[in-house]
Structure formats: structure tokens, C-alpha cells
Design a protein around this ligand. Structure first.
Ligand SMILES: Nc1nc2c(ncn2[C@@H]2O[C@H](COP(=O)(O)OP(=O)(O)OP(=O)(O)O)[C@@H](O)[C@H]2O)c(=O)[nH]1
Ligand SMILES: [Mg+2]
Length: 414
């Protein structure tokens, strides 16, 4: 990812506390730099301090904070960004010591989400996460509040002005929750309608920037925004595609995951994220060219578990194979299938389709039923979405033997 270095972008010093694994802290700071780049800011330098645990009052040690104050002055930086979620007092103290703006990883991620949300539901979800974050920090912020409210961090979705009065925020949170609940109901209805069509669905999940949208575009010929930015996609998009055997499948692209994803965001997006739980198959896309691929795989797996999505067949897709060595071996022993593809060049797509078709076939149930003539439309549906082995037209209806998707079998009352 390139870095913005124009004179008008804000400049920050990135800071992390390492409590054991220093290398992981540096890697995480690199990711924080990508987040800042996505938000339009510029990284001046990165600092890691080894401590047993982050300082309760100042996150990094006070001496380190004074050192950073100098660095800020030398580089004329706008402030610092800490790689963990800070408490209100850590933020206030650090800001007082350094005399600069202090932002944490959570605020930065919330800010990117706010800038990228497109649909009404997406905007509401981001705003509720932002308001809850602010609500929890407003008490006792005093003077530093104006700083908390400024900067790269803390921009509401669209033109929303973020409030500074806790009572007003509390009311706003209530209104937002009600709106989101209403939208969730609408989505449940839409999903029920889709499931009566019994078209199998595949949810594409993965770490941010893994290539989920690029894969959706290749599969379905759609043109969902894909770019080398984190969290380009926030709102789920569903498109239909045809497998080589003629079967229709719905693919859904979803919001990406990231390490230390703010819990308020997970909560706010929970109902959107849980959509994946209704899919027949989870396709887990991993950027195989990333040195962090294994960490990404684990974060996504843990997030799925957190969302209660544990009993679905998973196809792990090692993407960006065009960027990795020919003979590199990629496997995910916890998945039902592993394939190596390049969503960009199309390499490996045949193998991918084969796995989708195989898993759908294996998840089918055998039915032996009599379908009354008044329900004859069902026979057409079985022909379209299942495998019709035999049909005989008798007095009491059509006697069929078939393999059908579980959803269709349920609809037939099996
Ligand atoms: N070389 C290469 N680049 C790829 C491939 N697939 C995706 N990319 C690039 O990776 C970047 C991210 O792709 P996206 O499809 O936006 O990723 P995403 O997973 O949807 O990301 P978010 O929506 O931001 O979470 C883009 O610059 C893509 O062009 C691939 O197979 N090979
Ligand atoms: Mg995307």
C-alpha cells in the first residue's frame, strides 16, 4: 500500500505497547499505518515500547511519552495514534503530556467505517458504534474533549454531528437501536423469501483486503468496488452466478474482519455479519501473498466462532496466487476444502467451482415423495435446483425421487 505524503494530509506517530511478542507489535503497527493511509493520513514514524502491561494512566510510560512529545515537535506532527483501545483517562493524560491530539486504533477504524458506509443501515450501524464509544469516554474528559472530538478520528457518517452531551447521546443510541432492529426484521423477511426459492447461498468472508469483492466480481460479473484500501466494502452485496453444471448459486460479499476489531463495531454489525450463518457454504478468502496470512486466518476463524457460525462447510480460498511462488503449499486442515486461486487472473476458478458443486451435492438430501398436482411448480423447482432421478405421473400426484438442497427438502415438508 502506498503512503499519502501530500502537505495537507495529517501526520501521526504510531505507538504500540508490546507485552511479550515485539514482532507482532511491529506487524500490528504496519497494519495501523495501512489503516491511517486508508483514512487519508500520513505515518511519520512508528514506536514500540516493551512493557509488562500498558500503563494504566498513560498507555506508554511517562518517559516514553515525553520522548514522543519531542518527536512530534521535530516532525511537526499532528498527534499520535495508539494501537490499542484507550480509556478516557489514558487519552486525556497522554494528550496533556504530549500537547498533541491522541487517537486510538478503535477511533481510526470507526472513522474509516464512517467514511465508507453507503447504505442507510450501514450508516446507522457505524453511528451507533461511534456513539457508544463516545458515551463510554465522555465522563470526565473535560478539556480534552475538544481534542477527542477532532481530527482523523471521530467523523460521523455523512454529515452526522457527533454529540458531546451524554444524555443526548443516550437518546440517540436508543433511536438508532430501534431503527436497526426494524431493518433487521425487514432483512429477516427478505431472507425468508429467498430461502423459499431454495437457491443455495454462499457467503464470502475474510480479512479486510483479502480480495472478497474481486472474487465476487469474477464469479458474478458484477462491479462491486474493490481497491487496495482497508474496509472498502461495508454493506453486504448478493449476486447470482451459475456453476458450470448450470446450477444457480447466490454469492454474498461481506464486510472484512481485522485484528482487534472494535467490539462496539462487531456488536453494531452483528446482524449483518450473522447473515453468513444462513449460508449453505462459507467461502473464507485469505490473501496468500501476505506474510500475515496465518494470523489473518486465525482472526477470521475466531470472529466466526464469536458470531456463532461454527457448523457450516468452509472452503478456504488462498487468493492472490499470482503473487506467490509456484510450488508454495497452502492448506487449511480445519476447512472442508482448500483451493488456490487468483481472483485477479482467474487461475484456479475451475477447482473452486468444483468444490462448491461437490459440497452442495454432498449437502443434498434424498427425497422420495408424492407431489400433489396443485403443487406442480415444486417439480419444476426440483428440476432447477436439485437432481431429479425419476418422475411418474400417477392419479394422486407426481411421484418423484430426487436429491435436493436441504432448504428445498424442508419446503417439501421432509
Ligand atoms: N495480485 C492480485 N491482487 C488481487 C487479487 N484479488 C484481489 N486483489 C487486489 O487486492 C485488493 C483488495 O481487493 P478487494 O477485492 O477490494 O478486497 P476485499 O476483501 O473486498 O477488501 P475489503 O472490502 O476492503 O475488506 C485490490 O487492490 C485487488 O485488486 C489477486 O488474485 N491477485
Ligand atoms: Mg470488499
Amino acid at each position: 500500500m502506498y503512503q499519502n505524503d501530500s502537505d495537507n494530509s495529517e501526520k501521526y506517530i504510531l505507538v504500540a505497547v508490546a507485552t511479550g511478542n515485539e514482532e507482532a507489535a511491529w506487524d500490528s503497527l504496519d497494519e495501523l499505518a495501512d489503516l491511517l493511509d486508508t483514512a487519508g493520513g500520513f505515518t511519520v514514524c512508528q514506536v514500540v515500547q516493551n512493557l509488562d502491561h500498558p500503563d494504566k494512566a498513560t498507555y506508554i510510560g511517562k518517559g516514553k511519552a515525553l520522548e514522543i512529545k519531542e518527536t512530534i515537535e521535530i516532525h511537526e506532527a499532528d498527534g499520535i495514534i495508539c494501537d490499542d483501545e484507550l480509556t478516557a483517562s489514558q487519552m486525556r493524560n497522554l494528550s496533556e503530556i504530549t500537547g498533541a491530539k491522541v487517537i486510538d486504533r478503535t477511533t481510526l477504524i470507526l472513522d474509516i467505517f464512517a467514511a465508507h458506509a453507503r447504505t442507510r443501515e450501514g450508516k446507522l450501524q457505524v453511528e451507533i458504534a461511534q456513539q457508544k464509544y463516545r458515551y463510554a469516554r465522555l465522563r470526565g474528559m473535560g478539556e480534552a474533549l475538544s481534542r477527542l472530538g477532532a481530527g482523523i478520528g471521530t467523523r460521523g457518517p455523512g454529515e452526522t454531528k457527533l454529540e458531546t452531551d451524554r444524555r443526548v447521546i443516550q437518546k440517540r443510541i436508543k433511536i438508532l437501536s430501534d431503527d436497526i432492529e426494524a431493518m433487521k426484521r425487514a432483512r429477516d423477511t427478505a431472507r425468508k423469501k429467498r430461502s423459499t426459492n431454495a437457491v443455495p447461498t454462499v457467503a464470502i468472508v475474510g480479512y479486510t483486503n483479502a480480495g472478497k469483492s474481486t472474487l465476487l466480481n469474477r464469479l458474478t460479473g458484477s462491479d462491486v468496488l474493490s481497491e487496495d484500501k482497508l474496509f472498502a466494502t461495508l454493506d453486504p452485496t448478493t449476486r447470482s452466478a451459475e456453476l458450470p453444471d448450470g446450477q444457480q448459486v447466490l454469492f454474498t460479499d461481506t464486510v472484512g474482519f481485522i485484528n482487534k476489531l472494535p467490539h462496539n463495531l462487531v456488536d453494531a454489525f452483528r446482524s449483518t455479519l450473522e447473515e453468513a450463518g444462513y449460508a449453505d457454504i462459507i467461502v473464507h478468502v485469505i490473501d496468500a501473498s501476505s506474510p500475515q496470512a496465518e494470523m489473518h486466518r486465525k482472526v477470521v476463524k475466531d470472529t466466526l466462532i464469536d458470531l456463532g457460525i461454527t457448523d457450516k462447510p468452509v472452503i478456504t480460498v488462498w487468493n492472490k496466487s499470482d503473487l506467490v511462488e509456484e510450488d508454495a503449499l497452502f492448506m487449511d486442515f480445519e476447512a472442508d476444502a482448500s483451493v488456490k486461486i487468483s481472483a485477479k487472473t482467474g487461475e484456479g476458478m475451475d477447482a473452486f467451482f468444483d468444490e462448491v458443486a461437490r459440497i452442495l451435492r454432498e449437502s443434498r438430501v434424498s427425497v422420495d415423495a408424492v407431489i400433489p398436482y396443485k403443487d406442480a411448480a415444486l417439480v419444476a423447482e426440483i428440476r432447477k435446483n436439485g437432481q431429479l432421478l425419476s418422475e411418474e405421473y400417477e392419479e394422486d400426484g407426481v411421484h418423484i425421487k430426487a436429491y435436493v438442497p436441504r432448504a428445498l427438502a424442508n419446503k417439501m415438508g421432509r
